[in-house]
Write a protein that binds this ligand. Structure first.
Ligand code: SAH
Ligand code: F3S
Length: 482
């Protein structure tokens, strides 16, 4: 279960879109890491489509190869390095081909790639994609190109992203960029810069566009969606001063959720990621109020030990997290809850580890993403704390955590047996071409015989059976959402 942030099959796979006839150059673009990277690659492909590039999934055919990279753990960086070796092997046969690195590794390793290692032609950080037309001209003129300037404002709100490798049903919509939290283990604030929120009108118009194209589900994305805050306009003379005006016209995350849910009552709405310290009761009540906001919260806890949480600079205790879970369970009894956990953070004792296991017992998460601590250069933890938990202990603890999660996932899926759930059909089941696969609102994968249903249909499924992580059933009709 380690390392699964997005559909694993998509990691590193070149995703393509409908070609434009007038475009003659070929772009090969691969993405690694979080959903935000996948969403950013759609912005990049959209910008380059206007520069004469169609996408290809054949590396050998590409004029330009771009890899959108992840720095979150050392392992993620190593996978990208292997890919860079591969691109360079192809490039030796086709010297006209250009290679560029995008995203977090571009930001973190900057000129190391260009000057020391000389393995790429172009390095572009996550806030510099609008500069791509200039940067591409530079590399075509035979010069290296780099732009890793982080912005306090860039949200790409004015770019309407093309959808790469899409099923035409689920789409990712960024609502914030960057992060101001400074969890001590995390490289994101360094690679993605300060947090900024996107204009709600541009979010709404992107979703309107998706709805018109037939999309059925959007996931609102941010490193910490609950801290979304847009200071709206307004006429100054109506208020005492600018700060009053800002307060009165601001949009916070729960208001944004309501706006989206009301504008598109038939669209499923998901969001990720919620940070426990910022999640408000308002957000939970808003979820409960609108049936089209899916009852699922991805609520990373990282550790069950208050002492470790403090070392991680997470702004909540174990008890506060439990209170939040209790509130969610009370307000939305059938809410799916998932986690991220890091094991083997510096100084983590057996007792701390047991605290994590006992917290998991309390919550019984539906699913989760679990990682061994990986020291990231430049972070506060790397500077202040020795990475002192031996690899064998990290491994052992991770195994215990993953095993417990598997038990809890099985327990949660079992709770659905005998019930009817609403499923949005996304694709054919991986295991059988006679079955559809989709998810219920809690985000549990559900498979059932195809019959006359089609991808994009909302279907009521009577759950008959389950495996550890998947529900198995039969469709009993369309849901009223269709
Ligand atoms: N707020 C972000 C978190 C991004 S990183 C979000 O939108 O999900 C995703 C997860 O990777 C984190 O929740 C954490 O569990 C894990 N992670 C981050 N830094 C890590 C590190 N240095 N070592 C191991 N896991 C890490
Ligand atoms: Fe990283 Fe913490 Fe932000 S995990 S992305 S610094 S909320």
């Amino acid at each position: 279960m380690e390392e699964k942030i997005i559909d694993e099959k998509k990691q590193g796979q070149a995703l393509t879109l409908e070609p434009k006839e007038e475009n003659s150059r070929k772009l090969y673009i691969e993405s690694y890491g979080c959903q935000m990277n996948f969403s950013d690659s759609e912005i990049v492909a959209s910008i380059l489509a206007d520069e004469g590039f169609n996408t290809t999934n054949k590396l050998e055919d590409a004029d330009l190869v771009l890899v959108n990279t992840c720095s979150i753990r050392d392992k993620a960086e190593q996978s990208v390095r292997k890919r860079l070796e591969k691109y360079n092997a192809v490039k030796r046969k086709n010297p006209k081909m250009k290679v560029g690195v995008l995203g977090c590794m571009a930001e973190r390793l900057k000129d190391k790639f260009l000057d020391e290692e000389k393995i790429v032609d172009m390095v572009v950080g996550p806030d510099a994609y609008k500069d791509l037309p200039n940067l591409v001209k530079e590399i075509e003129a035979g010069r290296d190109a780099v732009n890793v300037i982080l912005s306090k404002e860039e949200t790409y709100g004015d770019i309407s992203p093309v959808r790469l490798g899409t099923n035409g049903i689920n789409a990712l919509v960024s609502i914030t960029r960057g992060c101001d939290n400074m969890c001590t283990f995390c490289v994101v604030p360094f690679t993605r810069g300060r947090e900024r929120s996107r204009d709600p009108q541009s979010i709404l118009s992107e979703i309107q566009d998706l709805a018109e194209k037939g999309y059925k589900e959007v996931t609102l994305l941010g490193q910490n969606v609950d801290s979304y805050l847009w200071y709206g306009g307004g006429l100054k003379k109506e208020f005492k001063n600018a700060s009053e005006m800002q307060k009165a016209t601001a949009t916070n995350f729960s208001q944004l959720l309501s706006l989206v849910a009301e504008a598109h009552p038939k669209m499923r709405i998901r969001f990720s990621t919620s940070n426990p310290q910022d999640m408000t009761l308002d957000v939970i009540h808003t979820m409960a109020k609108y049936p089209n906001i899916c009852n699922h919260i991805h609520l990373p806890v990282q550790s069950g030990s208050t002492r470790i949480l403090k070392e991680m600079n997470r702004q909540h205790t174990r008890e506060e997290y439990i209170q939040l879970i209790d509130a969610v369970r009370e307000i939305i009894p059938d809410c799916g809850i998932s986690q991220d956990i890091i094991t083997g953070f510096p100084t983590e004792t057996d007792e701390d580890h047991r605290d994590t296991l006992s917290l998991m017992e309390y919550v019984k998460y539906d699913f989760g993403y679990m990682f061994k601590y990986s020291e990231r250069p430049g972070t506060m933890a790397a500077r202040k704390l020795e990475d002192d938990i031996p690899e064998a202990i990290k491994k052992q603890r991770l195994t215990e955590i993953v095993d417990l999660q598997l038990e809890h996932s099985a327990y949660r899926t079992h709770q659905f047996v005998g019930k009817t759930v609403e499923v949005l059909i996304e694709k054919e089941s991986k295991k059988s071409d006679a079955h559809w696969s989709g998810r219920n609102p809690q985000s549990t994968v559900t498979v059932f015989p195809k019959e006359h249903y089609r991808p994009g249909d909302f279907v009521l499924v009577q759950v008959e059976d389950c495996t550890g992580a998947t529900l198995i059933g039969n469709a009993i009709g369309f849901s009223e959402n269709n």
